[in-house]
Design a protein around this ligand. Sequence first.
Ligand code: NDP
Length: 469
Amino acid sequence: MQTYSNSVNGQAVEAADHQEILNPATGDSIGLAPISTESDVGFAVNTARKAQLNWARVSDQEKRDTIVRVTRVLEENSEYLAELITREQGKPLSGPGSRFEMQACVGWTQVPAALELPPEIVYEDEERKDVLHRVPLGVVAAIAPWNWPLMIAIWQIIPSIRMGNTVVIKPSEYTPIATLEMVRLINQVLPPGVLNTVSGDGRIGAALTSHPDIDKIMFTGSEATGRRIIEASTRSLAPITLELGGNDAAIVLPGTDADAIAEGLFWGAFLNMGQTCACIKRLYVHDSDYEAVVNALSNLAQQMPIGDGMDEKNLIGPLQNEMQYNKVKDLVADARANGCEVMEFGTIPDTGYFLPLTLVGNIRDGQRLVDEEQFGPALPVIRYQSLDEAVASANRLDAGLGASVWADDLEQAQQVAVRLEAGTVWINQHGAIHPMVPFGGNKASGYGVEFGLEGLKAVTQPRVISIKK
Ligand code: NDP
């Protein structure tokens, strides 16, 4: 059985303990992942701290060139890493699966390499000139989740190092191997100590985020853990980018052509088996269009091949872990027990954490599957009578990551879009993120943004040089 290692200072680090990682589709063993200790966390942070001084001094052009070299490493190893993602995380190689995740890793590396944040004259008159410089924060602690393990790690790593920080990243205990391998490969072209890993469960995450020598925390995960991280950060006063879950609403406006939007709605809800922060988690459809939308989604759902994602014909894989599998099953069982119509599609294998694609009708606001984030392939479809009612429903929860409006008439869609409380409101698409476009949550979905120039600013601190003329 293969044993994988953490990387610190560009070297593999031996671990005393390991955990076996199993394929969620088959139960087969993938290998042994290291379990770090608190002292490993201290070593990684100290190493990153020492490396940061030199990395910050490297010219901007050299940083950009280095990140271009990272892009090449990702491209050259994308099939190897995609297969590891599929075996470890479950998403299929095909469709919007692990090869797609690797393409995203490349794109989200290329864009920061091309962006610049030069000093900016913020004020000037006859007597003074004030220039705002963006300087690195120092050591970034990154905590990545298990749903898009490599893509989200890249979102955290690349902007940070682009701006002269160094990074210690902890992948999720559910999906450490592909991330550790990606970091090992990237380290072939990075100076030692710029990118380091620790691994293990939430306790190691807590040791990292509460370390007093951390200067910035990047976190994607649940609201509960996000709150713990805020508390942990009081030791270091590190600023935090918090990307927490969502419970995104999609509203289909009355009279919209159901067949034209069905595919966008389907993948908006079932991308990565629904285990995506900005997936459609509540679908609001006008009473008059309800049958047409449910039929169009049902037609698509029953055609989707479900199974082990290593088989290229499959487009839908398993849930990533038992916790998530049980959570989704429980929410669907609750809906069924409360008289909802549960429509299940697809034939699922006997082994693994597979669930059928599920639409749930005859359901209302206030029921658990609507109010709680399911993070899985079970979509509640809720009828509405008036647009005001749909907007109020969409806005009634604390979550505010994404939302979407679906309509033939773009003018009307925009009028509804501006009324929705979310970090991004998409029109006729959902979850369509882009490396140039800032992304982050409103309300309890977190704070701070990633991507584009705003994302780069978030891993810097402003330093003003004020000159008396
Ligand atoms: P968590 O928030 O616990 O996991 C996210 C990351 O945080 C993982 O790397 C985890 O490590 C780490 N972590 C856990 N505890 C701590 C801590 N005290 N300090 C620092 N880091 C910590 O989410 P879960 O995996 O428990 O999933 C629960 C729910 O969260 C899901 O059902 C889903 O609704 C939501 N979620 C949302 C995601 C998003 O993209 N916004 C991603 C994942 C989950 P480890 O996994 O090793 O415990």
